[in-house]
Ligand binder design. Structure first.
Ligand code: UDP
Ligand code: MG
Length: 334
């Protein structure tokens, strides 16, 4: 079996309401491309009927469908990692299961890749999300632009294409908390971006709570930059210089004007403000230390319950066994 040209990787977490529509649009869109492809679904420990629906779809199109079933939720980016580790295509395209990015756009990404780019990012045209999400995302994009070397207009859009060499590079990374588009960008030699359409979530709700979004952005910032930590040493230097000057000023004032008792509460105000900064700094160090801790424990990044795929026949045999299910309860990746 020769590897397909295109692998489409789709993380799925509690998407039972939208999966059927996804199947109905995705397969025709890919068939229309006229190239060889495979679709790798990763069920990220869904607690609804998603896993059963993916099993069903594997029976319908076993020739191009592969399904990885996680034993527990590991997060969208770990699900994509698992997809990368198993995909066989020359071009890997990631897309969300909720149809916010139309599958019909995949052809445009593939066309760009064929022009010789090794990474095609995307920018959402008229983004259909809440005003809060759009505003927060713009702010985070700007912040990331300043503290990392990663240039992405729209970091949140997951409809992206990666070359085989980038997928291999990502597969060689062992990190536990990461942000795939940024990691890929750091390996890319000829990156580019295109505009893609964006629709409202087709069914169900966003799987990211505000808390999960904040965690994800910490992954992005701490995973690709030390600037947040360094900012504290810089602020420390500036503050100690300023307070040294202030002490000199107070000493001189005491000799010239005499002792002072006023302004005590102003001083409290300043002190509380500085304590706030210090606490934030400690918390920030905690974020980095926490990630180091996760990493050194060397626990598996995700646990696979089962993998559904056709047996890969060695040689030229065309009669690959259909529907062979490889179930590996202990399979995991560290
Ligand atoms: N997702 C996942 N694991 C998670 C959260 C999300 O696999 O823990 C998947 C989800 O099923 C979807 C994609 O990641 O296919 C993006 O999630 P969502 O659409 O909820 O995010 P948003 O568009 O709101 O940023
Ligand atoms: Mg979405």
């Amino acid at each position: 079996m020769t590897p397909p040209e295109l692998s489409v990787i789709i993380p799925v977490f509690n998407e039972e309401t939208g999966l059927q529509t996804l199947f109905d649009r995705l397969y025709p869109a890919l068939d229309a491309l006229g190239t060889s492809y495979e679709i790798v679904f990763i069920n990220d420990g869904s607690r609804d009927r998603s896993a059963a629906m993916l099993r069903g779809q594997f029976q319908v199109r076993p020739d191009v469908t592969r399904v990885i079933l996680f034993a527990a939720n590991a997060g969208q980016h770990m699900a994509i990692m698992a997809g990368f580790e198993r995909c066989r295509g020359d071009i890997a395209v990631t897309i969300d299961a909720d149809l916010q990015n139309p599958p019909e756009e995949i052809g445009n990404l593939v066309a760009k890749m064929r022009e010789g780019h090794d990474y095609v990012g995307s920018i959402r045209r008229d983004r259909q999300d809440t005003a809060f999400r759009r505003y927060a995302s713009r702010a985070m994009n700007r912040f990331r632009e300043n503290i990392t070397r990663i240039k992405m207009t729209d970091q949140g859009c997951m409809l992206r294409a990666y070359s085989r060499s980038i997928v291999d590079a990502i597969n060689s990374c062992r990190e536990v908390s990461t942000f795939i588009p940024a990691l890929a960008y750091s390996f890319a030699q000829r990156p580019t971006e295109i505009e893609v359409a964006h629709e409202e979530r087709h069914a169900g709700e966003s799987k990211y709570s505000l808390y999960a979004l904040i965690r994800l952005n910490f992954d992005l910032m701490t995973g690709f930059s030390l600037v947040p930590l360094q900012a504290f040493s810089m602020a420390g230097i500036v503050l100690s210089l300023l307070s040294a000057l202030f002490v000199v000023f107070l000493a001189l004032r005491r000799f010239v004007v005499g002792p002072e008792a006023e302004g005590v509460f102003t001083l409290f105000g300043i002190v509380f403000f500085l304590i706030g900064i210090v606490l934030f700094g400690v918390g920030l160090i905690g974020e980095y230390v926490g990630r180091i801790y996760l990493q050194v424990r060397h626990r598996p990044r995700y646990l696979i319950d089962a993998v559904l795929e056709q047996a890969v026949s060695d040689g030229s045999a065309s009669g690959a066994k259909i529907g062979s299910v490889l179930s590996s309860k202990q399979d995991s990746s560290t």
